[in-house]
Write a protein that binds this ligand. Structure first.
Ligand SMILES: [Zn+2]
Length: 460
């Protein structure tokens, strides 16, 4: 048979999938013209359009609900493949296909798709296809009709996360279903998933214990790291705790907690903070020495706090995470009499001989230290507009509309920026109020109780 060069790889792929013994996709899907496009997409560079097409193609080929696939990718990476750079736990691409001593999704994807590991790591469409293949293999017992409902995939999703602790496996899978319930999207990548009602079938994980409480910090949960990943100590008497070290995980919240439970990791931190809502899990007792700073002297004297996200993607650094982390740091500085300054509250990059650069350029130290010092720096205001007020993604009318606020809505103002001049209810002003992550409104329509900048609220 003569095959055009651009299609040749596709046919080979199809043959390998069948040869590998994967349950064949539904007959209708196998016959549809979607499958040949999968590798056409895979062979083109990442672009806005190709991400959606890649999810569509992978979902169709392996009979995995498309939105479920996207939700896993969003939970793992906010749909950013980081140009082939691995996560802290050795995961690659938007789906974080992983190869480490406990999690083998990358190798499984290679076996199931016939694609080389390097292709799965670096090619966006291949990465998504590989994840779909792995998920489908984990759900081999689902009948065709059952596969249509995201609710039936819970066990497969939990297994994909690779956690050995049932409560962390549940944390991982619940994160994905929470995303499906609330809806989410990455407008810049042309991907969005609308909210839906979910009733995940948790199976054996339905009875997994809810996470335990932290003994050291009330608001935190407790999911202990493997004893292979930290040093038991008695720091109340044997060491002085002088530093807080701020980190970024290069991975997801549940994935990082799970990684600390993997004896092969040889790393840990005392606390991990979640991006979406500031939830905190403790992995190592404060009296013990976590391995996070890459410097033994500092490890013995420090509390390590990890923040969910990747240093090159500011979308992870939410106000909720800053506030929650700052409250933890403030509590620790009180408990251990650590000065609340940048000589004692430091980034990983500031540890002598550090080989890591976290928390990176997008971490807002000014804002964080204001919060740690108890200067909330947050103003309040009330929208006064006829109709509704546009929320913009930046401080000006040239930025995209990111939502709207009704007349009378109350807002928290985290900082104020100078931008486009607007004439509104309260006169003419070029001040814009940042009311959330990448969310600004024109101050000319907000009653804040002061003319001009609000005293005590920082400039953005
Ligand atoms: Zn670090």
């Amino acid at each position: 048979m003569t095959v055009p060069p651009t299609r040749r790889a596709t046919f080979m792929l199809g043959a390998l999938i069948l040869a590998a013994g994967v349950a064949a996709p539904p007959a209708s899907a196998a016959a549809a013209p979607v499958a040949p496009d999968a590798l056409t997409v895979a062979s083109t560079p990442a672009s806005t359009g190709s991400l959606t097409a890649a999810f569509d193609a992978a979902a169709t080929r392996y009979g995995v609900p498309r939105d479920l696939l996207i939700a896993i990718g969003y939970a793992e990476t906010h749909l950013d493949g980081h140009a082939g750079t691995p996560s802290a736990a050795g995961g690659y691409g938007v789906m974080n296909l992983t190869g480490n001593p406990a999690v083998h999704t990358l190798a499984e994807a290679s076996r199931l798709t016939g694609l080389k590991a390097s292709t799965l790591e670096n090619n966006q469409a291949a990465n998504i296809l590989g994840a779909a293949a792995v998920l489908r293999s984990y759900a081999a017992d689902l009948k065709t009709a059952q596969r249509d409902s995201v609710d039936n995939w819970y066990a497969a999703v939990a297994r994909y996360g690779g956690a050995t602790d049932p409560s962390v496996a549940r944390l991982y899978a619940d994160t994905v279903y929470d995303l499906l319930a609330t809806g989410f999207g990455v407008p810049a990548k042309g991907v969005s998933v609308t909210a839906r009602a979910v009733a995940p079938q948790r199976g054996t994980l339905a009875t997994a214990r809810a996470s335990l409480d932290s003994a050291d910090y009330g608001p935190a949960a407790w999911a202990p790291a493997s004893t292979s990943n930290y040093t038991v100590a008695n720091r109340e008497t044997d060491y002085n705790i002088n530093y807080i070290v701020i980190h970024v995980t290069q991975g997801s919240y549940a994935g990082s907690i799970s990684w600390f439970q993997n004896p092969a990791a040889q790393v840990s931190a005392h606390y991990v903070v979640r991006s979406s809502d500031g939830a905190i899990t403790q992995s190592v007792r404060e009296k013990d020495i976590a391995w996070h700073a890459g410097n033994w002297t500092y490890n013995t004297q420090a509390i390590g706090i990890e923040h969910e996200g990747y240093i090159d993607d500011p979308s992870w650094f939410t106000d909720a995470m800053y506030r929650s982390s700052a409250a933890l740091t403030r509590s620790l500085t009180t408990k251990y009499a650590i000065p609340r300054d940048r000589s004692h509250i430091i980034g990983h990059i500031e540890v002598p001989s550090a080989t890591h650069t976290d928390p990176g350029q997008y971490w807002n130290w000014t804002y964080y230290m204001q919060l740690v010092n108890g200067v909330t720096g947050i103003g309040t205001g009330t929208v006064n507009v006829s109709g509704s007020l546009n929320i913009r993604s930046g401080p000006g009318t040239g930025y995209a509309v990111a939502g709207s606020l009704a007349n009378g809505a109350g807002v928290s103002v985290y900082c104020q920026a100078t931008g486009t001049t607007v004439t509104g209810t309260y006169g003419t002003s070029n001040i814009w109020d940042r009311i959330g992550t990448n969310k600004y409104v024109a101050d000319a329509y907000v009653l804040t109780g002061s003319d001009g900048f609000i005293p005590g609220v920082p400039r953005c």
